[in-house]
Design a protein around this ligand. Sequence first.
Ligand code: ADP
Length: 236
Amino acid sequence: MTGSIIHNNGTAAQLDQVYKTYKMGTQEVKALSGVSISFQKGSFWAILGPSGSGKSTLLNLLGCLDRPTSGRYILNGHDVSTLNDDQLSEMRLKHLGFIFQSFNLIPQSTVEENIQLPLYYQGWDPDASREKAHELARMVGLESRLRHRPMELSGGQQQRVAIARALANDPAILLADEPTGNLDTHTSVEIMNLLQQLNEQGKTIIMVTHERDIAAYAKSRMFMRDGLIERIEGSE
Ligand code: ADP
């Protein structure tokens, strides 16, 4: 087991006085200046704020892609604040799903293979992982596209594949970075409806966006400024 276990019940992720400082030669840039917040299981958060306010830094920390300079991060009951790179990557594989603006699918692989990828890394039996990929493809409405490659799909369909892949390891949190940034308005609405549906089924979602109408799909909104949470809107 990675990280010490902390009993948490309803909390998917918790940040306590998290600071992140980047060193640029002799200069220090404070990206996060003491962020404390709990993300409850089943919540759906949008993180908003001007450019440079710390949104990406926060998402990178929540995604175990980086470590805080100081402070504590508890993910799904594990203290991950001080883990090494290998341990962080294990946490990502076991507890997190990622959705990106640019989908990040493997172009040479089929829909089925793309969805199976996290299961492959976890050593799943090929038959079981194929079956799981089919179930996930059905969930996102792509069961008839399993043999297609990403290039043969629309942007919205590619994002659906990415969402299915992000769900494959049954993550504690789905992290989305501008998930509709490359999609037209109609397709954005479809993708946000899908994320809302997944949240209604119990998935915890944290999404960075700069669009107010996209943030409106979340149940809670966090506004960041100068590396701090300026204000919170909505309910969990
Ligand atoms: P946002 O996503 O809200 O635009 P970021 O988290 O990317 O904000 O950046 C917060 C601050 O940290 C900015 O001042 C940015 O220049 C700085 N920053 C972010 N990443 C790095 C990095 N890798 N090295 C140095 N400074 C960084």
